[in-house]
Design a protein around this ligand. Sequence first.
Ligand code: NAD
Length: 356
Amino acid sequence: MKDKIKVGIIGTGSISQLHIGAYKKLKDVEVVAACDVNAQRVKEYARKYEIPNVFTDYKELLKMKEIDAVSVTTWNNFHAPISIDALKAGKNVLCEKPLALNATEAEEMVETSKKTGKLLMVGFVRRFGENAKILKQSVDQGELGKVYYAKTGVIRRWGNPGGWFSDKKRSGGGPIIDLGVHVIDLVRFLTGKPNAISVTASVFNRVGMKPEIKGINKYYPSDYSEYNDVEDAATALIKFDNGMTLFFEASWVMHVKEDHLYLSLYGDKAGAQMEPTIEYYEEKNGYFTNVNPLIDPTSYGFVHNFEEEIKHFIDCVKGGVTCLNPAEDGLAIMKILDAIYESGETGHEVIIKRKG
Ligand SMILES: NC(=O)c1ccc[n+]([C@@H]2O[C@H](COP(=O)([O-])OP(=O)(O)OC[C@H]3O[C@@H](n4cnc5c(N)ncnc54)[C@H](O)[C@@H]3O)[C@@H](O)[C@H]2O)c1
């Protein structure tokens, strides 16, 4: 393996700033190319981060033989075609979440990775936080006993970002695919990656985007527009093949007092929550006891998590390391998200079938 891993970044919007920030910290990495369909944006990005090769067509970037690996940080609808072309061009790929628009696309991505023998890693960045690591260790060591119930939710009172996020053909959906993907993955990851077997969901579009709201702020993407054809909230009950049931909810817009994020696991020996803070609910000497591990908040912040994720990706590209975020995990989540949308549409429970 050569001294430096050469990287290309495809999609130079908001989240690519965290990717390049993390790559720039690694001495054995050189970001040699960037691509965006927005010529002005990619030119500015390349100037800011001193990237020598600039493209507006990703296929041209993929022709660069020296590139070992790419980050795919485009709108969701380009995750599958770009990743597949990149794998076929012999590149290792770190693809942002969600892996694809749906499980059918995700399946093709996984197959292509297998056929080409190139790495396809999915950007489940929250797995790299210290809070996730601590809790996973506890679950793995049996400290909670058998986890039979979990609850997670990401609730925003006013948080539809607009632009491509709220355009279903580019995003695949609203808060389910944007926010649900992270927290459903976390529960599955923390509890040993069980497979979902059934989903009963309600998917709402009752409040809309509410662009007229004043007095509070929200995130706006680079290319904001008020086009909106996605759900504004959803709730689901997901059952897994290890006997665990997960209650999930998410919203971009809902008449709720305040935003909140939560993730709790309930075991027959102890309970724990990872969000909003890490805590354990145990029994000690006949008393119910709460335990609060003390961890530095920067060790599970956005920047830290991206730095750890990208470092791990590069370690995998160099070889000898098992990938913590294989594309198969992205596919498992897409099957759950597809089932949530299907159950919301039909009003019925959806059974998730397994191959073979
Ligand atoms: N891991 C996380 O926590 C996290 C957070 C935010 C966003 N994301 C994901 O990152 C991705 C990008 O989100 P964002 O917020 O940066 O959006 P963004 O709109 O700011 O950036 C996306 C960029 O991709 C470019 N693009 C679109 N199609 C392209 C193509 N075919 N070729 C080249 N460039 C193309 C757009 O012009 C834009 O500059 C999404 O998949 C999103 O889900 C992940």
